[in-house]
Each structure stands twice: as C-alpha cells, then as structure tokens.
Design a protein around this ligand. Sequence first.
Ligand SMILES: Nc1ncnc2c1ncn2[C@@H]1O[C@H](COP(=O)(O)OP(=O)(O)O)[C@@H](O)[C@H]1O
Ligand SMILES: [Mg+2]
Length: 349
Amino acid sequence: MITTTGLTKVYRSRGREVTALDGVDLHVREGEVYGVVGQSGAGKSTLIRCVNLLERPSSGTVTVAGQDLTALAGRGPRANAALRSARSHIGMVFQHFNLLSSRTVQANIELPLEILGVSGKERERKALELLDLVGLADKAKAYPAQLSGGQKQRVGIARALAGDPKVLLSDESTSALDPETTRSILQLLRDLNQQLGLTILLITHEMEVVKTICDSAALMKGGRVVESGTVSEILATPGSELAAELFPVGGEPSGPDRTVVDVTFHGEAATQPVISQLSRTYNIDISILGAAMDTVAGKQVGRMRIELPGRFEENVVPIGFLREQGLQVDVADIKTPAPADALLKEGAK
Ligand SMILES: Nc1ncnc2c1ncn2[C@@H]1O[C@H](COP(=O)(O)OP(=O)(O)O)[C@@H](O)[C@H]1O
Ligand SMILES: [Mg+2]
C-alpha cells in the first residue's frame, strides 16, 4: 500500500545541510498497522511528510496505493491536480490535533470536503456519519475548546477520514494524551483498521504503542531504517534492538566473568525444566536475573534473562544446548563498566 525506495531528504537552511532521510526503503502492506519508532531527530516526521508529499523528497520515490506520487509532484498544473486528488485519499492525524478553534467540530470535519468541492448537504451527512464512527455523535455543534484532548483527537481522526482514505498517517497522535486516553485512541485506530481495512502508518516514540496495535514496525536512526519487519519476525531476530526495547527484561550481571543470556519463547513453551536440565547436565549454577511474559501483537511471548558463571567462551556448549531445545537465545552484551569508562560517559553528557 505504501512503498518508498531510496527516499532521501536533505534540508538546506542558512548554508547548512541536514540529511533528514538517507535512502529509506519502506514497505507497508495493505491493511496493516505499521509503526515507525526512533529517537527525536531520527527523521520520522520527515518520512511521514514525504509519504504524502507535504515535503518534497530530494530523491527516491513514494508510491501509495499503486500511484507514484513523486512522479506527480511539481510537474505542472495537471500533475498538481492529480497529486491533490491522490493526497485526498491519504488521511493525516497530528500530535496537537490542528483543529480550527473558530469552527465547530462538524465544520472542522467538513473542511477537507469543502476544499474538494463537496456539496453542503453531502458534507453534513458525511461529517455526522464520521462523528458517529469516532463516538462523538453528540458533539457536532461543540467547539474544540469545549473538548478533552482525547475528544479533540477523535475529531482529528474523523477529519482525516473525510476523504475516504485508504491510508491513514499518524505523527505522534497519542503523545499529548494521558495513558488511559492513549489506550482508547489506539483502540479506535485498531477498530478503524479492522472495520474499514484502513492501512495505518504511525510514528511514535512509545514502544507501548507498537506493542498494542502494530503488525509491523521499523526502527529509524540518523535518517535510516536500521531494522524492520513484522513484530513476530522482530521478536524472533537474534540481537534485535527493537525486540529488546519492545520486550525488555531487566537484570544486571552479579559480577565480572559472567555470561548473561536472554531466552525468548513463544506461546506456552516452558523454560523452567530446560533451565534446570541445563544446570544438571553441565553442573553449573544458573541465576535467573529477570523474567517477563507479555502479549505482543496479540501473541504470548516470554523472556527470561539468566546468568551463567564464566565468560562467553566457557559457555559455548551450554548455550548450544539451549538453542538445541528450540529456544531463541541472545547473549546480552552487558559489561560491568570499568570506573574509567563510567567517567568518560559522564564527561560526554
Ligand atoms: N524544515 C526543516 N529544516 C531544516 N531541518 C529540518 C527541518 N525539519 C526537520 N529537520 C531536521 O531533520 C532531522 C529529522 O527531523 P524529524 O524528521 O523532525 O525527526 P523526528 O520526527 O524523528 O524527531 C533533524 O535533524 C531535524 O533537525
Ligand atoms: Mg517528529
């Protein structure tokens, strides 16, 4: 539904160049909820603005629903009209809602339809239908100032749906909301995704959002996508940074010369017998540093962090034993920092 190839965006301001996107290849399938995560400045907002051509990419292509938007941008009036029409099928939801305070809720939702030249009667019908869909049927005549944050975002979502989009883009749409309201908005997005078959590309810095509603995710760093895949694929990828963030287990090694291992299991697989078998077979003491069960992308996942005595080289055989049991085993790279290391880090801050 959304494909970008080699998407690059270089901003030039006051003689300086910032490469906000550096060759992004993204692939969002029809009907999925796709999350893009990454730290501030990673290029997430630029990516989403390039997907609907609010921002002109410096190079690369953007295809939405089979239409190459980059081929249309800025190629004369006819192409511009085609771009406007293509864009009306892409809804966008913002962190700060971007509602017009002088307009009623209904008039805010009608705005994109006015721009498309839809008749008054039809606009009203559509706006009321959308208000019903987002659970605000009684707020048509209210003004944004009379609404809570969650209600404002519901209006923002209704407005984004006015053009019957196939794709909804969301840039941190829950970041300004409290946890409970966030949950209800995520539930609404999930419902819309399922009821309307809407494809959703959302940006967030909260892993909880990805855990709750995303089918797939990508991690961005410095304008690049450094990891991507379905959430299940990500969780099954050894050494995945996204997986560790999606599903952290705490636990620091108890001292130097210890090997810390994260064991991930899916479904009901019981690790406990495997761990005690490991302990008996190799006659080693194993400590459990942390363990957690969680539902990620609708599936039960468990992770256990264990500690084996000795360095990694001494534990190759026991680790091989765990892998033979069909468990996913990641050797955690946790070093007890030397005092000098810690000082350097402090200095860097
Ligand atoms: N309009 C702009 N002009 C110049 N630099 C920009 C502009 N927008 C974003 N940037 C820069 O591009 C990089 C990526 O920004 P952004 O896409 O907003 O990241 P994110 O949404 O992940 O925080 C940052 O270094 C940012 O300062
Ligand atoms: Mg941003």
